[in-house]
Design a protein around this ligand. Structure first.
Ligand code: NAP
Length: 309
């Protein structure tokens, strides 16, 4: 038996969830947003955002998250801290279980659980996490003032964060497994022009070594040649994994990577269940997309609920 019921529940309070919350609150729907950490999600880990419209000078991830939260709260967003551990979506009334044993039901659900950084999975990575191994340049960059750090990855996050790290580090070496970056052209150009950044191409990190902290990396290039690189820190920025542990993945037809497919209205394969933001199966994971999808999801939920009654 659920301890309480809401017409609409939103799980996750990143840009998708907060925008869904704003739209639901403003539409005066009986709603609840459940977030297990700080509202803002991955945006909180982003140093600076230059491509979110309406901020011509750019805005820090922290400030954007704060503004999104304040805007939703202005319309009386109903939110709570809670960790959803499982969902039963097999009947029209959807049931969510929290880790404190509480269960909450709803008629419509918007999944905005987002994604998290992918790890390398090499020896030394876990042991030296927080002692030179980092997944967030914004959080940890200032610890590496005048030191040499490595960044692993060739996507937008890795290359943008490599540039950010040059504000602190003496030198930033980007290690990429191919000979071309995945990052967009403008981000690449800035990095190539930055004298503090150099590149090691066609190479992977095979282990991270050090006693009290990171001292050196072992590398293997595509020709089979091994080498070492002395650095004081390594930032692993190689993409994201879905936060899907609480989701019934088979029922939701999750893709190979565990992300949730939807139609362009954010509707999943289960009636009354929408997915928005980084948890969706898609190519482009931008804050602006996540926000747009959050809005679309509430409108899809309203349509679903209207047709129910
Ligand atoms: P991503 O685009 O998926 O890039 C991941 C990078 O890591 C790729 O270069 C990939 O190499 C590499 N990689 C993956 N697994 C690896 C492994 N095991 N070992 C070594 N390298 C590995 O991820 P992302 O950069 O985190 O970006 C995620 C999404 O956010 C993207 O859609 C991105 O466009 C978006 N984003 C946008 C902005 C912006 O526009 N300002 C900023 C940040 C992120 P390969 O290239 O060889 O596959």
């Amino acid at each position: 038996m659920a301890t309480r019921h809401h017409t609409l529940i939103i799980v996750g309070g990143g840009p998708a969830g907060l925008t869904a919350g704003l739209y639901a609150a403003r539409a005066r729907m009986d709603h609840l947003l459940i977030e297990k950490g700080a509202e803002g999600g991955q945006v909180l880990l982003t140093d600076w955002i230059d491509n979110y419209p309406g901020f011509p000078e750019g805005i820090s991830g922290f400030d954007l998250a704060e503004k999104m939260t304040a805007q939703a709260k202005r319309f009386e967003l109903n939110s709570m801290f809670g960790n959803v551990v499982s969902m039963d979506l097999s009947s029209p009334v959807k049931l969510l279980e929290l880790d404190n044993g509480e269960s909450i039901s709803c008629d419509a659900l918007i999944i905005c659980t987002g994604a998290r950084p992918r790890a390398l999975g090499v020896p030394g990575e876990k042991e030296l996490a927080g002692k030179g191994v980092s997944y967030c340049a914004t959080c940890d960059g200032p610890f590496y003032r005048d030191l040499h750090v490595a960044v692993v990855g060739g996507g937008n996050t890795a290359i943008q964060e490599a540039a950010h790290l040059t504000k602190f580090a003496a030198k930033v070496t980007v290690i990429h497994r191919r000979d071309a970056l995945r990052a967009t052209q403008i981000i690449q150009e800035k990095a190539f022009a930055n004298k503090k950044i150099d590149f090691i191409w066609n190479s992977v990190v095979t282990s991270i070594e050090g006693k009290e902290g990171v001292e050196q990396l072992r590398l293997l290039d595509t020709g089979g040649k091994e080498s070492t690189l002395k650095v004081e820190g390594i930032f692993v920025l190689i993409g994201v994994l879905p936060n899907n542990e609480m989701l019934p993945l088979t029922d939701l037809n999750a893709d190979e990577g565990g992300f949730i497919p939807t139609d362009c209205e954010t509707r999943t394969s289960i009636p009354g269940v929408m997915a928005a933001g980084d948890i969706r199966s898609k190519e482009v994971r931008q804050v602006v997309n996540a926000a747009g999808e959050g809005a679309t999801a509430v409108l899809a939920a309203e349509n679903y609920l209207t047709n129910l009654s």
